[in-house]
Write a protein that binds this ligand. Structure first.
Ligand SMILES: [Zn+2]
Length: 177
């Protein structure tokens, strides 16, 4: 997840805003920095869902990065799993730096196997080939250039298949600020 929480409890997207809270401009430590500080000290208990429930961020739901659609795995090791698609470019691969991280299928490239784009101006989705060695397939056709995605199109990456489900588009769009 790219959501983080500043010291004042605001939820925001580090992917969109970096390490500075857009609500109060408080800088958030990077995970690497806090690990360094913790070295040699007594490790803190890992955060749990319990902590999340007690954090007051009601009314600050604007800090949630709005989903625009989903990929749902229908074949492969992650069958049944859904993946959130956000606005603009979503890089897909096994690496933790990917926006859509698919684990368990080593025939999917670590980085940039494919890209799904949601264009909030035109309100449509595209599947783009990545720069990795593996091909992406759109309804069983290899993808060499951007193809527009429609509801229930099938995307194949490695030996995994996914159904594309749009949320945003002609029927719905998040309110622009
Ligand atoms: Zn804040």
């Amino acid at each position: 997840m790219s959501l983080t929480r500043c010291g004042n409890g605001h939820m925001f997207s580090t992917r969109r805003h970096g390490n500075t809270c857009p609500y109060c401009n408080l800088a958030v430590e990077s995970p690497a920095a806090s690990n360094g500080e913790a070295a040699g000290a007594i490790p803190r208990a890992p955060r749990t869902a319990e902590d999340d429930r007690t954090m007051p961020y009601l009314g600050e739901t604007t800090g949630i990065e709005p989903v625009t659609g989903w990929m749902v795995c229908i074949e492969g090791p992650q069958m049944g799993q859904d993946y959130r698609i956000m606005a603009e470019k979503n890089f897909i691969g096994r690496s933790e730096e990917m926006h859509v991280r698919i684990l368990g299928d080593n025939t999917i490239s670590r980085r940039n196997h494919a890209v799904i784009v949601y264009d909030p101006k035109k309100r449509n989705f595209y599947l783009l080939p990545g720069d990795a060695s593996g091909l992406a397939y759109h309804n069983n056709e290899a993808v060499y250039s951007p193809v527009e995605l429609a509801a229930y199109d099938v995307i194949q990456l490695g030996r995994s298949k996914f159904i594309f489900i749009p949320l945003c588009g002609v029927h719905f769009e998040w309110e622009q600020q």
